[in-house]
Design a protein around this ligand. Structure first.
Ligand SMILES: *[C@@H]1O[C@H](CO)[C@@H](O)[C@H](O)[C@H]1NC(C)=O
Ligand SMILES: *[C@@H]1O[C@H](CO)[C@@H](O)[C@H](O)[C@H]1NC(C)=O
Ligand SMILES: *[C@@H]1O[C@H](CO)[C@@H](O)[C@H](O)[C@H]1NC(C)=O
Ligand SMILES: *[C@@H]1O[C@H](CO)[C@@H](O)[C@H](O)[C@H]1NC(C)=O
Length: 465
């Protein structure tokens, strides 16, 4: 690289006049100006260079008087930039009373407006499979109520197939659904973990031979849904799925090459619970924070190392002796800590039990982050800051906590599945994420202009069926 640059410069220096040589610097100057412009843009639009929490704190302190504000401000300043800007969430009315005006949506009006439009017009075509298909077990929706850790995958398909979003007419479809279930293929002795990649490759080959839709966009208007982390490597032999299709997956990590943020979407992992959430008004949250799980990652090891004997942060490894629900109801904050994978059902568990989730899982593309402002109902702590955990949590004033917790109750319904979907529940939220990703350019199926005939190889509808 350096060598060719030198040669080029040397060459241009020798062969061209001085004025011509000036041209050589034009791209460099342009690049410089562009960089300066970008820097200016970033500095004027982001909070990279400012510390809004500090300025807000000043305002707050004067509004509250020093006695009402318990944590010393130096604690706050030492909190790394990755922690959310907590102080933005609440204000004081004219009487000086606390009001939670923190919106859980980035833009509620936009969301509600788009949601209506989606609900009215969004159409999905699902590749049809008969009951006697040898792989009907993995391609058709399950006929029981899904349960367990990977229920989100089965729930989505079950609800979608019965919903008003399904169209039998592919020409009306915004998106095409690839109905294979990774979780079920994994348990199918004919496929198993080792055979999933071949199965997916064959499946895509089959639909691209038998239907025209895959080839029209290279799969860009196709999607699949998977909650098991094996789904991540399942596309290894089907590059087009990985690169073009919309992957709606629970293991949504910016850190993984198999997941492409913005193109793909995060599916919340939810352990389904029957019935209404418990009456949270009765719960007394005496513990500061709670975690239970196995030690299967360096992040959890670190958590254990630092907090194992703490009286306020309860970290429990292995089997709990107390009911899980009681712990979630008895803690102010509930920790979601990266294990084997970035995702677990713990966030949805915390929300269900009205506990404010603390997310310690770097690079997690959080579910519905396009719609929900996670800073309004959760705390994100970088893995490196595990030793600061207590400081961060104790630095949250009662008012801030009440704001976060009341927002937890507001977002709870978005993290619940229902066999018959309920507006704004997990199913509709996933549909909305898909709706945001629907636009794609299609290669026209039939070239109508007679002049092109003979010059181009055209598709004709009869050749596909
Ligand atoms: C969405 O569509 C369903 C089915 O047509 C309907 O029951 C529901 O009320 C709609 N919701 C909104 C918010 O438009
Ligand atoms: C692909 O089609 C062939 C021939 O119809 C069939 O035997 C095979 O099971 C199909 N494979 C998949 C993964 O759909
Ligand atoms: C789609 O493209 C593949 C590969 O180019 C080709 O083999 C296949 O026949 C095409 N499908 C249709 C329906 O034309
Ligand atoms: C926690 O307690 C155990 C046993 O009481 C002890 O061995 C360990 O060193 C303590 N760990 C920390 C981090 O204090």
């Amino acid at each position: 690289m350096a060598r060719s640059f030198f040669i080029l410069y040397h060459f241009s220096g020798r062969r061209f006049s001085d004025s011509f040589r000036g041209f050589f610097f034009i791209p460099t100057i342009l690049a410089l100006i562009t960089s300066l412009f970008i820097l200016f843009y970033i500095s004027s639009t982001s909070n990279l260079f400012t510390h809004p929490q500090e300025t807000h704190l000043q305002v707050l302190k004067s509004a509250l008087g020093s006695s009402a504000f318990s944590p010393p401000s130096h604690q706050f300043m030492r909190v790394p930039a990755e922690t959310p800007h907590l102080s933005r969430g609440f204000e004081f009315n004219t009487k000086g009373n606390y009001v939670n005006n923190k919106e859980v949506f980035h833009d509620r009006n936009l969301f509600v407006e788009n949601y209506k439009e989606m609900n009215r017009s969004f159409k999905i075509y699902c590749y049809p499979h008969k009951r006697d298909d040898p792989f009907a077990n993995a391609l058709l929706p399950v006929d029981f109520e899904p349960g367990g850790n990977y229920a989100s995958e089965s729930y989505f398909k079950k609800v979608l197939m019965k919903s008003h979003f399904i169209t039998k007419d592919p020409s009306k479809a915004d998106l095409f659904f690839l109905p294979f279930s990774i979780a079920r293929l994994r348990h199918d002795p004919r496929v198993g973990v080792g055979g999933i990649q071949d199965f997916i490759r064959d499946y895509i080959f089959n639909i691209s031979q038998n239907y025209p839709y895959w080839n029209q966009t290279g799969g860009a208007d196709h999607f699949y849904v998977a909650c098991h982390s094996i789904g991540r490597s399942a596309m290894e032999k089907a590059d087009e799925v990985k690169l073009n299709a919309i992957q709606v997956v629970c293991s949504s990590s910016y850190f993984l090459s198999g997941y492409i943020a913005h193109k793909d979407a995060s599916l919340p992992q939810i352990w389904p619970r029957q019935g209404d959430p418990p009456d949270l008004a009765l719960s007394e949250r005496k513990k500061l924070a709670f975690f239970a799980g196995s030690i299967n990652s360096p992040v959890r090891e670190r958590l254990l190392q630092v907090w194992r004997n703490d009286s306020e942060i309860s970290v429990h490894f292995g089997r709990l002796t107390t009911p899980y629900a009681d712990e979630l109801l008895g803690s102010k904050f509930c920790l979601h800590v990266k294990g084997f994978e970035i995702n677990t059902a713990r966030i949805a568990d915390s929300l269900y039990y009205g506990c404010v989730p603390v997310i310690i899982a770097n690079h997690y593309d959080l579910p519905f982050a396009d719609i929900l402002n996670w800073k309004s109902f959760s705390i994100v702590v970088a893995t490196l800051d595990i030793p600061l955990l207590k400081q961060v949590l104790k630095g949250i004033s009662l008012n801030e906590y009440l704001m976060l917790q009341s927002n937890v109750l507001k977002v709870r319904n978005h993290f619940q599945w229902h066999v018959s979907p309920v507006d704004y529940d997990a199913f509709y939220m996933v549909m909305y994420e898909l709706w945001l990703r629907r636009s794609s350019v299609r290669v026209p199926l039939i070239v109508l202009n007679a002049n092109f005939k003979g010059k181009m190889k055209c598709f004709t509808p009869s050749s596909w069926i």
